[in-house]
Design a protein around this ligand. Structure first.
Ligand SMILES: CC(C)(COP(=O)(O)OP(=O)(O)OC[C@H]1O[C@@H](n2cnc3c(N)ncnc32)[C@H](O)[C@@H]1OP(=O)(O)O)[C@@H](O)C(=O)NCCC(=O)NCCS
Length: 215
């Protein structure tokens, strides 16, 4: 069995901890908060954000694969919810137009579920290394889930670190009888039900968009 770090859509790759940084608790919704002097705003991706998003995702993962994935999903027209975290202030990263984080949700298919209740997969999520552990990722997730609820999404799944996503309401997907098409430890595949749903009698397979297979 592959570890989550080997999975094509792992949502939390181990990285060295950077010590002693100031942390700011995130707010919720498409709101703003202030890490140190700079204000972070979460907003929807705009067409001219694409190059900056590419830089941010590449820098966060330290390789081009996830940035390529974002572009494939966008090109396929399945970047259902795509949000950026923009930093405004003296320390802002001008090269990336102040964009320091990005989150994407794309449709997944759930075997046996009626297509009228959309299901989305959260991936990838990226924050530039020098702005990590200040609440940017949390704010992107919370804002994304607010958007998902507004758009009537039934369930969001994520393949990632079981120590991170439960704080946003995700729980092991097997509790909702959902299994992932990719090999991963059971606790790494998580789901959050955003609408009341009837628990399926048998396990249902979740499939990501084919663009993930190339990662
Ligand atoms: C994962 C990531 C998006 C989190 O964003 P962030 O802004 O740093 O996260 P937040 O500040 O909101 O939350 C910090 C918490 O996240 C968890 N966390 C962050 N990075 C982590 C990592 N690499 N491994 C394990 N836990 C991590 C910790 O629990 C941390 O809490 P703590 O500081 O109290 O220990 C960011 O670290 C990142 O871009 N990493 C590289 C790319 C990646 O792995 N993306 C996710 C895959 S889709």
């Amino acid at each position: 069995m592959r570890g989550i770090t080997d999975s094509p859509i792992s949502c939390l790759r181990p990285a060295p901890r950077s010590g002693g940084e100031h942390r700011t608790r995130p707010g919720s919704g498409l709101s703003s908060f202030r890490p140190r002097e700079n204000v972070i705003t979460v907003r929807e991706e705009r067409p001219d954000d694409a190059p900056a998003i590419r830089r941010v995702v590449e820098r966060a993962f330290g390789r081009p694969g996830e940035a390529d994935l974002v572009e494939r999903l966008r090109l396929a027209g399945v970047a259902a919810i795509s949000l950026v975290a923009v930093e405004d202030g003296d320390e802002a990263d001008n090269e990336s137009d102040g964009i320091v984080g990005h989150i994407l949700f794309s449709p997944v298919t759930v075997e046996g579920r009626t297509p009228s209740i959309p299901a989305l997969g959260l991936a990838p999520l990226a924050v530039v290394p020098e702005r990590q552990r200040r609440g940017v990722g949390s704010t992107l997730i919370e804002s994304g889930l607010v958007r998902c609820r507004k758009e009537g999404v039934g369930v969001v799944v994520v393949l990632g670190h079981s120590g991170y996503y439960p704080r946003f309401g995700f729980r092991p997907a097997h509790l909702s009888n959902l299994t992932c098409e990719y090999d991963s430890p059971a606790e790494a595949f998580m789901a959050i039900d955003l609408q009341p749903s009837v628990r399926a009698a048998g396990a249902r397979l979740v499939r990501y968009h084919r663009a993930f297979a190339e990662l």
